[in-house]
Design a protein around this ligand. Structure first.
Ligand code: C2E
Ligand code: MG
Ligand code: MG
Ligand code: MG
Length: 287
């Protein structure tokens, strides 16, 4: 194709695409063994109350310490794990680790003024359709001895678009048990706002694109109105609003004024090891 046109650039592009495909293939075949070998680890990113800056909990974000490629972010391997079905055991592993970690935070906090820390775990659409989801979650919570109220499961808006009852049923069961369900990356899909009523969610996580538009000062008045409207609607439906991707104090202040409840982003902390979260929470409690 491009070669006959003397397009060197295209040849380079082709070579890069080939290299990416080879890496993808290699990563895909290495995934199952990686889980057995314990190459995955979890970083935790604090979720902070916008009102007073105290730590509310953390989101669990999985990484892969690949023996050749170093640390890989979830965008590199979650789609592959979804395609091969490995996401079910991997997701269960992430859930179990995170629930145990939340228990460990709570135990270390015993006797201090720190509020019980909560943990957020991402669920992939394949996990939603997997019949074991509810029982696995119940078992994991029971084994660890964590109250369901300390767990929040994040499901993306796109996973729930057009979701029928069979998909919503397990989420409803979990919500009835006391587990929070968050609608992740809200605003990137095309869900109908009225549709929110039907979903068993208690938290809206506003996508980072909204936060980015708060970076300019003054922010675009239309963006402000949109966020203001979403927050009002969410609150009128008794949903909590979390914002992702807060990178500056100005964004945090703007989002606080707009009534958002909790926030997450580099301005507060990057994702990091579990002990750091405990330290951050302790600093809060002792002033
Ligand atoms: P997400 O759930 O929307 O997670 C937030 C992402 O934004 C994380 O990327 C986090 O590191 C990043 N982030 C946080 N604060 C900031 C900020 O201030 N600025 C910027 N630019 N980015 C920020 P990460 O860790 O690469 O994760 C990407 C996605 O991978 C997650 O998006 C989530 O959808 C997925 N993911 C992560 N862990 C898991 C998991 O255990 N299971 C499943 N199914 N998906 C996961
Ligand atoms: Mg998330
Ligand atoms: Mg998100
Ligand atoms: Mg996001």
């Amino acid at each position: 194709r491009a070669k006959s046109a003397g397009g060197n650039r295209y040849e380079v592009a082709d070579a890069e695409a080939d290299a990416r495909a080879i890496t993808r293939h290699g990563l895909t075949t290495a995934l199952p063994a990686a889980l057995d070998r314990g190459e995955f680890f979890i970083e935790y990113q604090p979720l902070v109350h916008l009102g007073d800056g105290t730590v509310h909990g953390a989101e669990a974000l999985v990484r892969w310490l690949h023996p050749q490629h170093g640390v890989l972010g979830p965008d590199r391997f979650i789609p592959l794990a979804e395609r091969t079905g490995l996401i079910v055991p991997l997701g269960r592993w992430v859930l179990e680790q995170s629930v145990r970690q939340a228990c460990a935070w709570q135990e270390r906090n015993g006797g201090t003024a720190v509020k019980p820390l909560r943990v957020n775990v991402n669920l992939s659409p394949c996990q939603l359709t997997h019949p074991g989801l509810v029982q696995d979650t119940v078992d994991i919570l029971e084994r660890a001895g964590l109250e369901p109220e300390a767990l929040c499961l994040e499901v993306t808006e796109s996973a729930l678009i057009g979701a029928d009852d069979s998909l919503l049923k397990p989420l409803r069961r979990l919500a009835e048990m006391g587990v929070d369900i968050a609608l992740d990356d809200f605003g990137t899909g095309y869900s109908n706002l009225a549709n929110l009523r039907r979903l068993p969610v208690s938290v809206l996580k506003l996508d980072r694109s909204f936060t980015q538009s708060m970076q300019r000062f003054p922010a675009d008045p239309v963006d402000l109105k949109i966020v203001d409207g979403i927050v009002s609607l969410a609150h009128s439906l008794n949903l909590t609003v979390t914002v992702e991707g807060v990178e500056t104090g100005a964004q945090a202040e703007q989002l606080r004024i707009l009534g958002c409840d909790t926030a997450q982003g580099w301005y507060y902390a990057r994702p990091g090891p579990p002990d750091r979260l405990h330290e951050l929470a302790l600093v809060d409690a002792t002033g």
